[in-house]
Design a protein around this ligand. Structure first.
Ligand code: FE2
Ligand code: FE2
Length: 461
């Protein structure tokens, strides 16, 4: 969009916002006409932020400034709005792309309240309802919102604590030769599924960021989450999705009771140890087959999860016919999580590389269509990945775009050079410019550093 057009759309937005203020003053904030006027202002705002992450206005003297230039035409037509900002001692306001209609309403309420108070009292007005509208002015602590966003914690962390507990109990039962508590495991997986059906991104972010290795309980939990996401992406019914999630959760039952030291051993395993590791699919399947409340599919998946699509792998003696669908889904999740976990202690296995490596195994290790569907449900840069964009900004992938697996949705936290954005904002990389090419692309994925930290609200450790 040309700059003149952008300026015009910003003017339209501000006039609509002013009309909404008038409607609010006349009819009250709950009235239908006020809501309609706010809706209009919101759609104008969306027009104005089409080609940029936000609309930022300064107030200098009696003039509104946009992009360093005064909006002369508004001096007369938007005098009411300008006066409100001046009286409210607001010096700068940014409307971020994600700002909602209700936030515009809350902004007007706040401006009104500030106007009525003196500067000192104005500082006491709560700006917490304005996540995507940032104001600066007398008595406003500029860093407040940024700090607040950083105090939030990952809501999925609790699932990891609980899941590790459930698996710990299962390992204990296996070690003691007692039956596994299938009801408890089923209830846990159904709880995770409920969360996933609401929005899978927070769980995938947690699965990306929880530090672990291939032999930890966290790996089993991640395989459950990734298997659930795959099955859901394939459009399966909820009960079947839950079974596949359970299959992922319990895929390594046969080695849950093996001591971690054996599994992590760097030296050559003794013959006995090696045999035990190799027989974990069969051991797990036997155990699950005999457990009341466990669907047979789950035992089959435990048996087949190391059998490749081309029937190589192990065990070598598989029953005739095709592999079970659940087994093939769990196999993808298993390898994906194992390759990715390498990243936590050995540099080099970036998500791009994992994608490339797994693609090389399409048709041999994995069912090609399932692998395709898998990457469209998690993307090349899965939620939780820190990425640098082509303009030097750095952010966290918060969701994937199904059809455009390299163009995720990114929450930008750092400006070019590493300065922390005062207010993070969201960029959808699938958006294209007028020329038909993407406005932004991912330059590379990154490992967090001391400068580029994972925001607290996503961290799981
Ligand atoms: Fe395994
Ligand atoms: Fe595994």
């Amino acid at each position: 969009m040309a700059l003149a057009d952008i300026r015009e759309s910003v003017e339209k937005f501000l006039l609509a916002l002013q009309s909404a203020f008038q409607a609010r003053a006349m009819y009250g904030e709950a009235h239908k006409l006020t809501k309609e006027a706010l809706g209009e202002a919101h759609s104008m705002m969306q027009g104005a932020v089409l080609s940029r992450p936000d609309v930022t206005l300064g107030v200098v003297g009696e003039m509104l400034i946009f992009d360093k230039q005064p909006l002369h035409r508004l001096a007369r037509t938007a005098a009411l709005l300008t006066g409100l900002l001046i009286d409210g001692k607001i010096e700068k306001v940014s409307f971020l792309k994600a700002a909602t209609r209700d936030e515009l309403g809350a902004f007007l309420a706040l401006v009104e309240a500030r106007r009525k108070l003196d500067a000192n009292a104005a500082a006491a007005i709560d700006t917490s309802g304005l996540r995507n509208i940032v104001i600066e002015g007398l008595g406003i602590d500029e860093s407040r919102d940024g700090r607040k966003a950083d105090r939030e914690t990952n809501p999925c962390a609790a699932y990891y604590t609980e899941g590790v507990d459930v698996l710990g109990d299962i390992a204990q039962s296996i070690g003691d030769k007692r039956a596994i508590d299938a009801d408890k495991a089923n209830a846990f997986i159904n709880k995770i599924l409920g969360r996933l059906l609401e929005n899978k991104s927070p769980l995938l972010i947690a699965a990306s960021l929880k530090k672990h290795d291939e032999y930890s309980f966290v790996h089993s939990l991640n395989v459950a989450v990734i298997s659930l996401a795959q099955a859901q992406g394939l459009g399966m019914s909820a009960p079947l999705v839950a079974e596949i999630g359970m299959a992922g959760f319990l895929h390594d039952s046969g080695k849950l009771a093996l001591a971690g030291q054996v599994l992590r051993k760097k030296e050559k395993l003794s013959e006995d140890e090696f045999a035990k590791v190799k027989s974990h699919p069969l051991d797990g399947a036997k155990l699950l087959m005999l457990t009341p409340g466990i669907h047979p599919l789950i035992a089959v998946a435990a048996f087949e999860h190391h059998v490749r699509y081309d029937k190589k792998g192990y065990p070598t003696k598989v029953f005739g016919g095709d592999l079970n669908l659940g087994s093939m889904i769990v196999a993808i999740a298993d390898v994906y999580d194992a390759l990715r976990s390498v990243r936590s202690y050995k540099e080099g296995m970036t998500p791009e590389k994992v994608y490339e490596e797994m693609h090389k195994m399409s048709g041999t290790h994995f069912h090609p269509d399932l692998l395709e569907a898998f990457f469209s449900s998690v993307g090349v840069f899965p939620p939780g990945t820190m990425v640098e964009l082509d303009d030097g900004h750095v952010g966290i992938v918060i969701a994937e775009n199904d059809a455009e697996i390299r163009q995720p949705i990114v929450e930008v936290w750092y400006a070019k050079g590493g300065a922390k954005e005062r207010q993070p904002y969201v960029v959808d990389l699938a958006e294209k410019g007028p020329g038909g090419s993407y406005r932004h692309t991912v330059l590379t994925s990154m490992l967090p550093t001391e400068v580029y930290e994972i925001p607290a609200k996503y961290r799981v450790d």
